[in-house]
Design a protein around this ligand. Structure first.
Ligand code: PXL
Length: 281
């Protein structure tokens, strides 16, 4: 097996089970070398706590990248998540275009919004900058809120297949090659993921667990990236990532004190075994 090296660029939320603290274990357990570039360091994530510290690492990004060039370090895949500033997005685009091996894959999770709202601290300028990163993606992994912001579409809580198809088409018109749209549910008790690839729509429906959980977008994107990097198809990777995320949410449901994230750790073995089995086929 070719041993792949991924670079994931997102924040370290020291507590909160999101971004790098989930990406690193999840991608590693898939059998992929995972290098990290922290966009910022926060005491905890910004969803539900009363406050947080925020150390912006924007100006470290080009310095770190220059060092890697001197060491001749290159990456096979890039996976970006929560980014700390609008200026940082320009640096990240440069890194994605200069620090990769030929044909390096760009997976972009435009982590900036959910449930119809931007996360605290983000504004329209950030959305505009994110569009430029999305435009260069091989695979983009938005939720419906992020997809509507990136495509200047109305955000809807209830919708039909044509609304979803339009979001996907508009994202590809922006420049994204393949779309993996999460949190798409047409019936109250189900949610799912839409894969839009080469003009074809595929849908994987799975159960919806009320009270979903923070950080699940990052858990999902990390498992997807790991599975894809082991040679599984986009749709199979999207399915495995969904099943893994559902397991993590189920592990967490009975613990109300664990409201800030999902307990994915106990399902890592399941993920590793599932991917090993499928990758060997
Ligand atoms: O899970 C997305 C995410 C990542 N990083 C930080 C966040 C959030 C969501 O709120 O606040 C710092």
């Amino acid at each position: 097996m070719e041993y792949k090296r991924i670079l994931t660029i997102q924040d370290i939320s020291c507590v909160g089970q999101c971004s790098l603290t989930v990406a690193l274990p999840i991608i590693s357990v898939c059998g992929i070398e995972t290098a990290v570039l922290p966009s910022a360091v926060l005491s905890n994530h910004t969803a539900g706590f009363t406050g947080w510290t925020f150390r912006d690492l924007t100006e470290d990004l080009p310095l770190i990248s220059d060092r890697w060039k001197k060491e001749n370090i290159r990456f096979d895949t890039f996976y970006t998540g929560y980014l700390g500033s609008t200026k940082q997005i320009d640096y990240v685009r440069h890194i994605l275009n200069t620090d990769g091996n030929p044909n390096a894959l760009k997976i972009i999770d435009p982590a900036m919004a959910d449930n119809g709202k931007l996360y605290p601290g983000f504004d329209n300028a950030f959305v505009e900058a994110m569009k430029s990163l999305a435009a260069e993606s091989d695979i983009i992994l938005p939720n419906i809120t992020e997809a509507s912001l990136l495509t200047d579409s109305e955000y809807r809580e209830t919708y039909d297949e044509s609304y979803i198809a339009q979001l996907c088409q508009k994202l590809t018109a922006l420049g994204a090659k393949t779309v993996v749209l999460t949190g798409v549910g047409y019936e109250p008790q189900y949610t799912g993921v839409v894969v839009y690839e080469n003009g074809n729509v595929q849908y994987y429906r799975h159960k919806k667990i009320p009270g979903g959980g923070h950080g699940t977008g990052d858990v999902y994107a990390s498992a997807f990236t790991g599975a894809l990097s082991r040679g599984l198809s986009v749709f199979d990777s999207a399915k495995i990532a969904a099943d893994f995320t559902v397991l993590a949410i189920e592990n967490t449901l009975n613990d109300k004190s664990h409201w800030y994230g999902v307990k994915f750790e106990k399902s890592l073995l399941w993920l590793a075994q599932t991917i090993e089995t499928l990758a060997a086929k």
